[in-house]
Design a protein around this ligand. Sequence first.
Ligand code: HEB
Length: 778
Amino acid sequence: MTNPDGKCPYHRESVGDGEVSRRPMTVRDWWPDSLDLRILHQDPVAARPSHVPHPSCTTVAAATAAIIGPSSSAHASYAENFSRLDLDALRNDIHAALTTSHPSWPADYGHYGPLMIRLAWHSAGTYRVFDGRGGGNSGNIRLPPLNSWPDNGNLDKACRYILWPIKRKYGQSISWADLIILAGNVAIESMMGRWGEVQPLWFGGGRVDAFAPEEDIYWGHEPEWLKDDRHAKGKNLDVVLEEPLGAVQMGLIYVNPEGPGGNPDILASAKDIRETFGRMGMNDFETVALIAGGHTFGKAHGAAEASKYVGAEPEGAPINQMGLGWKNSYLSGKGRDTITSGLEGAWTANPTKWDSGYFHLLFKYDWMQSKSPGGATQWVPTMESINANGGPDVVANVPDAHEQGTKHFPIMFTTDLALRYDPIYGPISQLFHLNQDKLTEAFKKAWYKLCHRDMGPISRHLGPYLPKEPLIWLDPIPSADYDIITTDDVQHLQNLVLDAVKQSKVSISDLVKAAWASASTYRCTDHRGGANGGRIRLDPQINWEVNDPVSLANVISFLETLKESFNDYQNQNNRTTRVSFADLIILAGNTAIEEAARKAGHMNVKVPFVAGRADALQSDTDVNSFAALQPSMDGFRNYEGKVGRPEASLIDRAHLMTLTTPEMVVLVGGLRVLNANTDQSLVGVLTDRPGTLDNAYFINLLDENTTWLPLGDGKSFQGNRPMGEPWTASRVDLVLGSNAQLRAVCEAYACADSSQYFLRDFVSSWTKVTMLDRFDLL
Ligand code: HEB
């Protein structure tokens, strides 16, 4: 693999053009372990021109703003821009660009399709299920570190020479992120048949570009590209890949094509593929279809040794290269002299045509190890195979990408052979080999999933080319076949909930906890989770430890009964409105909060509520796929399911819910006094009046007369105070008082003039969380 200079990407002294950079020491350099809050304030609106859509304008923040106050941003809405786009004109323009060779980067076989598929796949393929991060939904492949990952070699040319002229023409009506995926689709369509006759593949637009590198994604700890820390070369193949990582080496999308750590062990390579593709949510069937389908097209580039000829990646390259990297000094440096991965050759005899060539050749020949001119290990047909199949002149039937008449032997990577020799992949490959239509069908579906896995539910996908059939990995929610409850219904239901609280059928704290449990699974990284669908009452969420299954079951049965009796009553009285469970659990949480505010003397607090959520069924829910959303820690509920840094996990969860620092802080303070901890524990409940919604938590946390000492369990602390019983608190609680930036926010909520602002901010932050997944309102 290309690792041009083998240099550590950090601690770089030269800025590429000879000058020496003197980077000032930052707070982070002095105290690398202090809590990093930057992920909560990334990609500021201020970083882009105001006519360029910002993600917040295309998310529910915009809808929420309509309810809880006007949006502060004048940024355009991407959905609006996209709706004005002539998508078919754009598709035609992309097709023309793909088939017109540009002298600065001549097209292999006269067609950029394969390069464009690789760009789309590398853009989407960083997605991982654990935290929903990565993927192509922000166009982050234009920004560091991804723009400079060794595995993304020469994709800068694909963006610059082929796509930039199109982006320039269409401006803000198509984001880079959408354009990259669409170009991948057009590439496939154009090689599947005559242009204009092939049915467009499924495509959903709606990706909004990032304008600053993403700070929240953990790509690994290694300070060097392609290090073997995750899979020690040849030795320790059973090393378990650290969560949440999706690749076996820093700087790779998934796996090393030459085999684990460069070791050409076919079965070990299959194991790596299964692990990493599994982390993208792909099963064996989808994995085989994707790899085989992908390598039906194009070729690998390794005309000569990368270490001798290839210059720095884009981020490290001299300024006059204008953001292009990997400058190749081997002969012409392009076309047939291109060096990308260092492997060289094509898999099929028709690399710009969708056909059965890949499996045909994979199964036809026996393969032996060989070296590319670039020095990488790859596989070619054995002498016996060549002789048995008509000799070198017949077997060498792969056209040269640039020289008419020149022919080559086909090649395979170690990872391609895994599809034949792995005991599970093998039979799937055979099936596809014998039935090209099955491969076509499976490839199209898996490709759509690959490119849209991080887009969230279908209601977020824009444009005319959406799938009509429900796909379970999109977490479908059936649309309501009844009228949504009115304001009067809401009031009536709230009264019924209050009566139950007063009769002690359910507690304020349990209602708050249940609503929080239902809404707070949302993650902005792939737009999954959230209250809509009412999946809190389904497997697996209903059993998650963090949700306190026993008290949750009590709330669920209360709300189910309420829902049924309300809906029956409506039915009997010929009324058309019905309440969904998903709406009711939020409404009940809101009611509990209003009651807790009344206890604090704020008699007229209204927590904004917008009805319209619907209930999904268990059969709409992929239990395995939802398991990835289970919190292993949750600082908002002082839940520590596993060892680690709970305070870092608090920040992480806050980011997944798009919370700002003050929103996160005010929610912790409010949830503590509402007694919303998992297990009903009193850790961090720093109030003498639990269940009363006031700023007591902040006042008590910052009390200068309290002395905090660690308790023996290694995770909690005792706060001794001059009067009253000692408090207990967690690391999450204490970090709010010890971290200077967080303390500053807590102070603002602990002051004598802050009680109404505390309440206002708590209510708006709570509302934001309950509305995060209301794409139906956009
Ligand atoms: Fe691939 C190419 C690896 C999967 C699609 N790949 C390629 C190469 C390599 C690879 C190394 C070469 C580069 C250069 O240029 O040099 N892959 C790989 C691996 C894997 C894969 C390791 C896992 C196993 N692919 C894949 C997928 C897809 C693809 C899944 C889609 C779907 N690729 C591709 C294409 C190409 C490639 C299309 C071609 C490109 C051109 O031609 O440029």
